[in-house]
Design a binder for this molecule. Sequence first.
Ligand code: AMP
Length: 183
Amino acid sequence: MILLMGIAGSGKGTQGKMLADARGYHLISMGDVLRMYVTGAQREQMLSGGLLNDQEIIGIVDKVLASLPENEEVVLDGFPRTAPQAEWLIEQVKTGRFKLSAAFRLVASRDAVKQRLLNRGRIDDVEAAIEERFNEYERSTAPLIKLLKDHGVDVVDINAERPVGVVNQDFVNYLDKQNNTKE
Ligand code: AMP
């Protein structure tokens, strides 16, 4: 399992897709899954840039992961985003359900990615919701890096302010190196 972390607009979705396409990995984009499922108050919460309830998110991700064939690599874009989510995942790893190959942190400043989001123009890509997502990342998600490292997960920083292809090459190089070390 490969985790993709980083602020909104840092390219998790794009890089996740490129990686999954090139290597035949399963790709779970938490945001896409949620956009498919949620309505009403939860949808409003998403549109405002806030996070959804941990227990519900964990319930959904648990089901999606259970539906995949075993022992195949999965790229997880946008999960975990909070401490309870990360703790759940670490617990699953401890019980042997999954193996965590790496967590990639796409590093980019707010200023560098804000225009990307405004250009993308998704329904939640409006000024206020973008700010809220940035703040939520700092508040809830950024601290998980330490938690993951403390549990022995390889956290790999990638400069995400560069062009898509260059960023992708960093992923490829890292994973190739990791595979070669294993062999
Ligand atoms: P994304 O497509 O990754 O930008 O996610 C869009 C929105 O989905 C976020 O702003 C949150 O409202 C919600 N969301 C996605 N992943 C999670 C998660 N792991 N926990 C809680 N909310 C999430």
